[in-house]
Write a protein that binds this ligand. Structure first.
Ligand code: URP
Ligand code: ZN
Ligand code: ZN
Ligand code: ZN
Length: 485
């Protein structure tokens, strides 16, 4: 591969902003500094040169609610690249009762056509000795994060007993649990009540999942993780109640990470009141969109550091798929897209408004995920030796988001009509130019699996502390014991 030099731009990382050229050779960054030269020049004048985005939460071609999410690893990673995202971490989802290793094989097969690098989380959808055993093999294969659904009763949900067992296993293996935090028992009852009352439309999806069900579950998972002695990552944090639980735990020194989605940051609950059934159903996801008050809290959390990453939970269903739930909102496949739009929308609504600095933008779209998921500085960095996953970001380029021009396979876009300013001029995936402005050059099959080692620093620190503070037997002088003991 010929060398490339990204010339004349301003490098923006999670902690620094400076003028420099970036030399790329053999898929890696080999130099960052002034006056570099290479075989091919990519003009970055007027642009910011940033680590490519990492979306830590996607669902490609996932079997869910009687169907499959419609973006696969090819269209999904292509959508990501178009918007400056160069890596996704997808959820490998065994069916309840299925071997984790079998599910991993299925995900290996599906991901072979990815256009950009990817890694996996493994979902724990059931519990038993087989799962306990297989978790070790999964970790050995470089999948060191395990997702637990506290919702979707009767399908993916597991109970506290199983969650505590799995969290303890994660602690032993140096892995990290993730949770979808919603009280699935309460949701199931609210769903039944709403349906019985004739409340069958997509707006009832939001009524059945109030912020309290999320706050309660988030707090419960945090306490269970603390008792198991393991860090915890809470996905799609949408509301103040869950954020408050995370903030409180972090202030107490607990190793808790919180992930809001770009959808929850910019779209609100009024979407479900739309008179058009399709419009509302297309926005059905769990947790649902919330009020402005919750959104403000999430933005503040990103600036304050109580929330660390912005994801999409990209799980795209077509309008036809959403219509499985006409007459019964509980059958509308849950999920929304956003991979192509996460970076431009966050830049526009975050950096351009002063809610985030450029460095915070890099941190929450890339570097923090790389650190939390233990693949830094291979990913998430502009420095010598890192993978050349780079976005050359033109802060002046703008467009209006529309489904007509998107890469995703579905027929609508939840951000339709939003104008964004700040878009990629070039996106590079391990040194290959995959995107030149609106020209798509991504190659299916180019993406590689990224192995993530176990035992990152937070696990090591927490297990040291838990070992020091573990309950210990009091050794008593037998001579001084009461009679009969
Ligand atoms: O509604 C959602 N979030 N769908 C995707 C699956 C999940 O819960 O993450
Ligand atoms: Zn979820
Ligand atoms: Zn998800
Ligand atoms: Zn390639």
């Amino acid at each position: 591969m010929a060398s490339k030099v990204i010339k004349g731009g301003t490098v923006v990382t999670a902690d620094l902003t400076f003028e420099a050229d970036v030399l790329v050779e053999g898929g890696k960054i080999t130099a960052v500094g002034p006056n570099l030269s290479g075989d091919e020049v990519l003009d970055a004048a007027g642009c910011y040169v940033m680590p490519g985005g990492i979306d830590p939460h996607t669902h490609m071609e996932m079997p869910f609610m009687g169907t499959y999410s419609s973006d696969d690893f090819e269209s999904g990673t292509r959508a990501g690249l178009s918007g400056g995202t160069t890596m996704v971490v997808d959820f490998c989802l065994p069916a309840p009762g299925q071997s984790l290793l079998e599910a991993m094989q299925a995900w290996d097969n599906k991901s072979s056509k990815a256009c950009a690098d990817y890694s996996f989380h493994m979902a724990i959808t059931w519990w038993g000795e087989q799962v306990w055993k297989e978790m070790e093999t999964v970790v050995d294969r470089g999948i060191t994060t395990f997702k637990h659904f506290m919702a979707y009763k009767g399908a993916l949900m597991i109970d506290d007993d199983e969650m505590y067992s799995s969290f303890q296993r994660c602690a032993d293996l140096g892995a990290m649990p993730l949770v979808h935090a919603e009280n699935g028992d309460v949701v199931a009852q609210l769903q039944a009540k709403l349906m019985a009352e004739g409340n069958t439309g997509p707006e009832a999806h939001a009524y059945s999942r109030p912020p309290e069900v999320e706050g309660e579950a988030a707090n419960r998972a945090i306490m269970i993780a603390d008792m198991a002695g393991v860090p915890l990552y809470i996905v799609h944090v949408s509301c103040e109640q869950a954020h408050e639980a995370i903030r409180r735990a972090r202030q107490k020194g607990m190793r808790i990470f919180g992930e809001p989605l770009i959808q929850h940051l910019v779209l609100d609950e009024s979407e479900y009141q739309n008179a058009d059934w399709d419009h509302a159903a297309r926005r059905v996801m769990s947790p649902p969109f919330r009020s402005k008050l919750h959104q403000d809290g999430l933005w503040a959390g990103l600036a304050a550091g109580s929330l660390q990453v912005v994801a999409t939970d990209h799980c795209a269903f077509t309008t036809e798929q959403k219509r499985y739930g006409v007459g019964d909102f509980t059958k509308i496949p849950n999920g929304t897209g956003g991979l192509e739009d996460r970076m431009p929308v966050l830049w526009t609504r975050g950096v351009n408004t002063g809610r985030l600095t450029m460095n915070e933008f890099v941190a929450v779209t890339s570097t923090n995920s790389a650190k939390i998921l233990n693949m830094y500085p291979r990913k998430g960095a502009i420095r010598e030796g890192s993978d050349a996953d780079i976005v050359v970001w033109d802060p002046k380029r703008s467009k209006t988001i529309t489904a007509d021009k998107q890469q995703s396979a579905i027929d609508y876009n939840v951000f339709e009509g939003i104008e964004v300013t700040g878009l990629p001029r070039f996106t590079l995936t391990r040194g290959e130019v995959a995107v030149v402005e609106s020209e798509m050059k991504a190659k299916p099959g180019h993406g590689e699996f990224v192995k993530r080692p176990p035992n990152p620093a937070p696990n090591r620190a927490l297990s040291t502390w838990k070992e020091i503070t573990a309950p210990r037997k009091v050794i008593r002088d037998p001579a001084k014991m009461p009679a009969g003991v």
